[in-house]
Design a protein around this ligand. Structure first.
Ligand code: ZN
Length: 433
């Protein structure tokens, strides 16, 4: 299941389309994003009213921005969100007044180490206003006072999130969660959106054991809101992934679930090993994306995180340099393939038992090898069969066999199918966990 260049181009085009939209944790930017996504994923869009209690939080007010600018004494707009929506601190309170330069400076954010980049800042849970500027813009502000305008509404409304349940044979679910609250930032959030959208479309076209639940939620408050509205259904989630930062050229990083050693952790490790791409497996830490909510004590869902460049650890992170040049169709394609492979392992994992466990069964007599004459990887396939007949005592899964043998999961799967056909293996349990 390899992504085609056309799929890769489609992901990139989706990012390009979503890039200019001014998203935040609430508001029309998220709605517009979800609406565009419905072309790829038949999302249900939920609206949860401001003020709704969500565990220890409340759904915040809705923020919508019309314009934000700073004008000099002669009326020239020296900073304007028409140039970049990163120029306004996301979720800023409305303001329109003249301010002394000294006061204005307290509301400005810049990146001295990267004088041409605009930082991305938010003020979600403390009421304030501010602008993000390049260091060069900051240095050029020399008038004694400026006029500032943040023409925004911060008012009761709702929080929007998108949800899509793709049913499989089982009610057990695999959760794919993506945050959708960042404005014009490509790797940190648009790449995850694009990869998951095409992943959903790809999964729709094939047989599925698991059901797949895709969530497009504003970071933290969105996943908390979904969890609070679905506490009863959470137990159906067997495995999950948050998908973030998947469009840059860095090696892959897989962040394990809190428990570590979960089936999704092992599936990710195996898929990355088989992919041949450079990668690193890292342990859970309580910082990052929505895996923090899913792994919290009340839920303890086995949700890991797949990314390339790591949250907070690449220079372009949360800045205007995380733009359309920072992500590539090729990286997105590789990421989609790795995601697809992880899900193939989880979806295809089975536990078998040998029906002929007393010594090795006589394979030649059954004509198994003769039937495989056309197989290009006959030797590996035979080896996989021997591993299966050795390990399958009703306690070992195909994932165990692939890990132990070093053979590719799909090859082990194919060998198992042959042995089932010849009556040498029988299903012991449907799925692993
Ligand atoms: Zn972020």
């Amino acid at each position: 299941m390899t992504a085609t260049p056309a799929t890769a181009a489609e992901m990139y085009e989706l990012i390009r389309e979503l890039y200019p939209i001014c998203r935040s944790i609430t508001g029309d930017g998220v709605r517009e994003t979800l609406r565009i996504l419905t072309r790829y994923v038949p999302l249900e869009i939920h609206e949860v009213p401001s003020g709704t209690p969500v565990f220890d939080w409340n759904v915040p007010r809705e923020w919508n921005l019309r314009a934000a600018w700073i004008a000099s004494c002669d009326g020239r707009r020296v900073v304007d969100t028409r140039d970049s929506n990163l120029h306004v601190v996301s979720y800023s309170s409305p303001v329109r007044r003249r301010v002394a330069l000294s006061e204005l400076r307290e509301h400005l954010h810049a990146l001295p180490d990267h004088p041409d980049w605009i930082p991305y800042r938010t003020s979600y849970y403390t009421e304030s206003w501010g602008f993000c500027v390049t260091q060069k813009q900051l240095a050029s502000l020399t008038d004694p006072e400026y006029e500032v305008c943040i023409d925004a509404t911060l008012a009761p409304g709702s929080l929007s999130y998108g949800e899509y349940l793709l049913r499989g044979r089982s009610e057990r679910e695999i959760l794919i969660s993506v945050h959708v609250c960042h404005p014009s930032l490509c790797n940190d959030n648009l790449s995850g959106i694009a990869v998951s959208a095409l992943l959903a479309r790809r999964l729709r076209e094939r047989e599925r054991e698991y059901s797949y639940r895709f969530l497009y939620v504003p970071g933290t408050i969105g996943s908390l809101t979904w969890l609070s509205r679905n506490t009863a259904g959470v137990s159906r989630i067997a495995h999950g992934l948050t998908l973030v930062c998947l469009g840059d050229g860095s090696p892959f990083t897989y962040k394990r679930t809190l428990a570590g050693g979960a089936e999704v952790d092992r599936a990710a490790a195996l898929a990355l090993r088989e992919s041949g791409f450079a990668h690193e497996l890292i342990d859970y830490f309580p910082f990052g994306y929505d895996e923090r909510q899913y792994n919290s004590p009340g839920f303890r869902l086995a949700v890991g995180s797949l990314m390339r460049a790591r949250h907070g650890q690449f220079p372009e992170y949360h800045s205007s340099a995380d733009d359309l040049d920072f992500v590539t169709a090729k990286s997105l394609q590789e990421s989609l393939d790795v995601c697809g492979s992880i899900l193939e392992v989880l979806d295809g994992n089975r536990v078998y038992r040998s029906t002929s466990p007393f010594g090795e069964p006589q394979l030649g007599r059954r004509g198994i090898y003769r039937g495989l004459g056309g197989e290009p990887d006959l030797a590996d396939l035979q080896l996989a069969m021997l591993w299966l007949l050795t390990l399958c005592d009703g306690s070992q899964s195909l994932l165990d066999v692939a890990e132990r043998s070093g053979l590719h999961f799909v090859l082990v799967q194919r060998a198992a199918d042959q042995l089932v056909t010849h009556g040498l293996l029988e299903a012991a349990r449907c799925a692993y966990s």
